[in-house]
Design a binder for this molecule. Structure first.
Ligand SMILES: Nc1nc2c(c(=O)[nH]1)N[C@@H](CN(C=O)c1ccc(C(=O)N[C@@H](CCC(=O)O)C(=O)O)cc1)CN2
Ligand SMILES: NCC(=O)N[C@@H]1O[C@H](COP(=O)([O-])[O-])[C@@H](O)[C@H]1O
Length: 208
């Protein structure tokens, strides 16, 4: 059984969907803990199931690296086989990436490398594209520059706003994430340390 720690920042709807997948008989993974960089309401999805929930407040640390070190320590307690960033709205500093990679993945609501960053849905709308997507990637020291493990196109409709488009993207994200976690657990997806190496140029902002 693959031991998974999920990290979030917000409502955790994608976490809730993964928890539901884990309930299915034969699903080869279990969420053993959920963490956040702030007091995220989504942690209640874990608490309601008796799954350990923890907060490592970014604001409580003098800099990103020290926050990252504290996060690594809090995650390591749970001895994960895989760390899933599912709505963690905080860039991990290089030491934290290196502590977890290549068993570190992220879901993003865009068809990477299109629209990376904190506002992928908003940016797709602003660009006026007729399609965007969802992606699951390995996490490296860049911003959404890791190897792509799964992605799928999602249409943008003329009357979409950020909420309606994001609501169309999320179910695709959830399915892709479940498929990737299942694939990692059953060995059909190999997390290649080379592919996951920090080949990206570290984002200079990551050390602030
Ligand atoms: N080292 C990495 N860490 C993280 C990555 C990554 O690719 N490399 N992905 C993010 C998730 N994400 C996009 O998928 C993302 C989230 C947040 C940001 C960002 O700029 N955050 C700001 C704070 C924004 C805020 O407070 O609202 C920051 O960290 O300073 C960019 C991309 C997870 N971590
Ligand atoms: N760049 C990172 C990013 O935008 N992540 C996105 O935040 C949402 C979290 O929703 P949730 O808290 O309801 O699961 C998800 O769509 C996730 O892909």
């Amino acid at each position: 059984m693959l031991r998974v720690v999920v990290l979030i920042s917000g409502g955790g709807s994608n976490l809730a969907a993964l928890l539901g997948e884990c309930d299915a008989p034969g699903f080869p993974a279990e969420v053993v803990a959920v963490g956040a960089d702030r007091d995220a309401v989504g942690l209640d999805h874990a608490r309601a199931r008796g799954i350990p929930a923890f907060v490592v407040p970014f604001a409580a640390h003098p800099d990103r690296e020290s926050w990252g070190d504290a996060l690594v320590a809090a995650v390591a307690v749970h001895e994960p086989d895989l760390v899933v960033l599912s709505g963690l709205m905080r860039l991990l500093p290089p030491r934290a990436v290196d502590a977890f990679a290549p068993r570190l993945i992220n879901t993003h609501p865009a068809y990477l490398p299109e629209f990376p960053g904190a506002h992928g849905v908003r940016d797709a709308l602003a660009a006026g594209v007729t399609e965007t997507g969802a992606s699951v990637i390995l996490v490296d020291t860049g911003v959404d520059t890791g190897a792509i493990l799964a992605q799928e196109r999602v249409p943008v409709l003329p009357d979409d706003d950020e909420a309606t488009l994001h609501d169309r993207i999320k179910p695709v994200e959830r399915r892709l994430l479940a498929d990737v976690v299942r694939g990692i657990a059953d060995g059909t997806i190999a997390l290649d340390p080379i592919a996951a190496s920090s080949h990206a140029q570290p984002d200079p902002d990551l050390t602030t």
